[in-house]
Design a protein around this ligand. Structure first.
Ligand SMILES: [Mg+2]
Length: 429
């Protein structure tokens, strides 16, 4: 069977080279009909659509993955290019912060499975990469699958000449709201001038928080947030990220002090490894609780939803399982009236994936970003009135500007190492 398929593939390649794409396309339906009995386990062989657009883009024939290429990109990212024999390249970000080299190695380990496969069976490949690992999940594997998943959707969209959200039944909205980081009144005003209407800050602290904090600590943190609220006004949205670096004991005190200023959400009020504790925090306040950057796949979010530990889910498109998986998580969330606000402190390919997702689900709230792609994309995203217009280009709708990126290749970013200033014990950052 393998030899027969190889012969058929070479026969078609030969005809395309001899006759040229236009003439060969005319006989393609006949070839496909003849090959139909040779479908084997490949759902595309013998069953590909041969519409005019598909042939022009290369989808009217077999398409095979030829190479996976990773690039370390400053400040702390890892970009992926999935090459195909159709000349189309898919982009992704298979990165876990602080583990770029490990992720690049994990991409290499998945490469033998993907080489020679048709990239269009995106969900099939997701299942194979996840389940054939035997030891399922974990942030490294799910981050690498996430980046590959983005790239496969990008290829599929490019082959068919449509944005990914079109393939997922969208658009579900006309534009996508994004938020910016801002931790001072000056930064809020500057970001507002840039076009943002939603912001996120951290907990103001002069030192890492103790397990039980003082009235002075709580008051300073609440006053700092109050100053942001005053600068932004009552019609703006400001989320606050506890970063999982606050104990449950102090989180309860701090949330109560913040309630009068109505943050858009309280993110990671505590670590998420014990979901019951986060659920207890959620029961104690009317403020929306958000979490998700350190939760992976539908199996991780299932417990958050069932225990009602958060009503705003923040899956990271680069960690939780890519577009394929986050779309399923969004469906699960919808049944709990929970919203999706994707986490993204990473690069513009991740942002592009988040925008495609936002345009294909109903329960989207807001998308995080730290880069609109200036210096990385040929056409960086633009924010107007707090929103980004839907991209019209095929796939993820972005193109790398490799000339502009030339001085940003390579990095040695490491996670922060933080300690209690009084006794030297390890604390979260
Ligand atoms: Mg966070």
């Amino acid at each position: 069977m393998r030899e027969r398929k190889s012969f058929l593939r070479h026969r078609r390649a030969f005809l395309f080279s001899v006759l040229g794409a236009t003439s060969a396309s005319a006989v393609l339906p006949l070839l496909l009909a003849e090959e139909k009995e040779d479908t084997g386990s490949d759902p595309y062989v013998g069953r590909v659509k041969t519409g005019r657009r598909a042939i022009v883009k290369g989808a009217g024939r077999e398409v095979r993955i030829t190479k996976l290429e990773t690039m370390l990109v400053r400040p702390r990212w890892l970009f992926l290019k999935v090459h195909t024999d159709a000349g189309i390249v898919g982009l992704g970000e298979p990165i876990l912060e602080g583990r770029a080299h490990t992720c690049a190695a994990a991409v290499k380990e998945l490469e033998p499975y993907l080489i020679g496969k048709d990239p269009r069976a995106v969900v099939h490949h997701w299942q194979a990469m996840y389940r054939h690992a035997f030891y399922r999940g974990g942030p490294i594997l799910t981050s690498v699958i996430s980046g590959i998943d983005m790239a496969l959707w990008d290829i599929k969209g490019k082959l068919l000449g449509v944005p990914v959200y079109e393939l997922l039944g969208g658009p579900t909205r006309n534009r996508v709201r994004v938020y910016a980081h801002a931790s001072s009144p000056e930064a809020i005003r500057r970001r507002a001038e840039e076009g943002f209407t939603a912001f996120k800050t951290g907990v103001f602290k002069k030192r890492p928080a103790k397990i039980v904090e003082t009235p002075g600590f709580i008051e300073r943190a609440a006053d700092a947030f109050a100053a942001l609220r005053e600068a932004a006004g009552k019609e703006a949205d400001i989320g606050i990220d506890f970063h999982g670096a606050i104990s449950p004991q102090t989180a309860k005190l701090l949330i109560k002090a913040l309630e009068p200023y109505q943050p858009m959400f309280v993110e990671e009020p505590v670590q998420c490894q014990n979901v019951d504790v986060m659920a207890d925090i959620a029961r104690g306040t009317h403020l929306p609780i958000a979490t998700g950057e350190r939760i992976f796949t539908k199996w991780g979010f299932r417990e958050i939803l069932e225990k009602r530990a958060a009503s705003i889910l923040q899956p990271d498109l680069c960690h939780a399982g890519g577009i394929t998986e986050v779309r399923l998580i969004a469906g699960m969330a919808e049944a709990y009236y929970a919203a999706i606000a994707p986490h993204n402190p990473l690069g513009p390919i991740s942002l592009a994936a988040g925008i495609q997702l936002a345009a294909s689900i109903p329960n989207f709230l807001c998308q995080e970003q730290v880069s609109l792609g200036e210096g990385y994309l040929k056409k960086p995203f633009k924010v107007r009135g707090g929103y980004i217009d839907l991209p019209k280009g095929p796939g993820l709708g972005v193109e790398l500007d490799e000339d502009a990126m030339a001085d940003k290749i390579g990095h040695a970013w490491e996670n922060h190492q933080t300690y209690d200033e009084d006794d030297g014990s390890v604390v979260d950052w």
